[in-house]
Design a protein around this ligand. Structure first.
Ligand SMILES: Cc1cc2nc3c(=O)[nH]c(=O)nc-3n(C[C@H](O)[C@H](O)[C@H](O)COP(=O)(O)OP(=O)(O)OC[C@H]3O[C@@H](n4cnc5c(N)ncnc54)[C@H](O)[C@@H]3O)c2cc1C
Length: 366
């Protein structure tokens, strides 16, 4: 094969980990990331809302090294420090709007949810550190893959929306299969059953939205509360302490209302309703945050498709192939959802990348 370069589509955890493995194996690669930042669903921000090296997670916060040793091993390999999710203190349950929230003694939960010092983006930064910067191209959106004699032609739009054809001997699509099916065209087209499989594979957490309120003090601790709450009243369904290891205080919650309802409300009324709920649960100090941030992943076209609004849930782990026919020895799917273990999770992104790189090395006969 003349062109020996493997193209990775997507610079989330799976794409970056695939890049690491290819780089370690001495294989030429280039990674195309559509956003101007890498990390994908991993997004750590500071109080101003800018991506940060020490901050608050609008995407994943937790990993479970005991249940998911693969992610624990990567965290150790990269020399990252972790800490336990704050859970000391009572939890609160809001059952209905006409009842005051009830507090309960929290039960010790095993295995503990772990967080990374700095935020989950510490994982992204550590992976970037060991990769050649010129091979990680941000602002490059792949729109078409075409089989050609020596591999695959990728049609890619750059920051200025100018499309060019880039060549690769093989492609690892490190993005959710549902998003791949909805946004990338194939020549020749993918098999109808395979397209259906990709379309019907839900993208984990794509329908979700997270709200973060940053405070000067963790006043809920002084009241003997852990920060953990569940609510059937809403708009937040589940709330947790989001304070950083460096001592910045925050609470975060997952919105419990649908993507369509969220879009109808708009951000400001939602923010007011979230703060009012935090005040019901944690007291009036919750009404005076230093900053609030809200991320609706369902409204982000580089994570979610229209289908994620109506069909969601856990991915069923699959060991059978994700690609068939003439594409099978050129294209490998490597996003977390394609992992044979823990699909949809950070741990799944690691396992999916490992599997995709192993298959690619066979395909390019290394
Ligand atoms: C709110 C939220 C909370 C979560 N909480 C947890 C948690 O606590 N623990 C856990 O284990 N997991 C959690 N997850 C899931 C976790 O974030 C994912 O498993 C993981 O980040 C997936 O990584 P990935 O690389 O497979 O996909 P992604 O992160 O989605 O990366 C795909 C990348 O492809 C890029 N892309 C898309 N289309 C194109 C294109 N056409 N061309 C080029 N690039 C493209 C995207 O911009 C993106 O960067 C959470 C997710 C969300 C949204």
């Amino acid at each position: 094969m003349a062109n020996k370069q493997v193209a990775i589509v997507g610079g989330g955890l799976a794409g970056l980990y695939a890049a690491r493995l290819l780089h370690k194996a001495g294989i030429e690669f280039v990674l195309y990331e559509a956003r101007e930042r890498v990390g994908g669903r991993i997004l750590t921000i500071d109080a101003t809302g800018a991506p940060a090296l020490d901050g608050f997670d609008l995407g994943p916060s937790w990993f479970w090294p005991e249940a998911q040793p693969a992610i624990g091993a990567v965290v150790d390999e990269l020399g990252l420090a972790a800490f336990r999710q704050a859970s000391a203190g009572d939890v609160v349950f809001e059952r209905m709007s006409r009842e005051a929230p009830q507090r309960y003694q929290s039960r010790f939960v095993e295995p503990p949810s772990m967080r990374l010092v700095g935020g989950t983006a510490a994982l992204v930064q550590a992976l970037l550190r060991d990769l050649p910067a010129e091979k990680i191209l941000r602002g490059y959106r792949v729109s078409e893959l075409k089989l050609c004699e020596n591999g695959i032609d990728l049609t890619i739009a750059d920051h200025n929306d100018v499309s060019r054809v880039h060549k690769a001997c093989a492609v690892i699509a490190a993005m959710p299969p549902r998003l791949l099916e909805a946004t990338v065209t194939f020549d020749p087209p993918q098999d109808a059953e395979i397209r259906k499989l990709w379309r019907e594979t839900p993208t984990w957490m794509a329908p979700s939205a997270k709200f973060i309120a940053i405070y000067d003090q963790p006043f809920w601790h002084a009241a003997g509360l852990s920060g953990t709450a569940q609510s059937l009243v809403g708009p937040l369904a589940e709330i947790h302490d989001a304070s950083t290891a460096s001592g910045q205080s925050a609470l975060f919650g997952f919105l419990g209302i649908s993507a369509d309802q969220r879009a109808n409300h708009g951000n400001e009324p939602l923010t007011r309703a979230c703060l009012a709920q935090l005040a019901r649960i944690y007291g009036p100090m919750a009404l005076a945050p230093r900053a609030t941030h809200y991320k609706d992943w369902a409204a982000d076209s580089l994570t979610a498709t229209a289908l994620d609004r109506v069909s969601a849930g856990h991915v069923v782990p699959r060991t059978a192939p994700w690609v068939l026919g003439s594409w099978a020895d050129r294209l490998t799917l490597g996003g977390s959802e394609t992992s044979p273990s823990e699909p949809g999770y950070l741990a799944g992104a690691i396992a999916a990348a490992e599997r995709a790189v192993a298959a690619t090395l066979i395909n390019i006969r290394v």
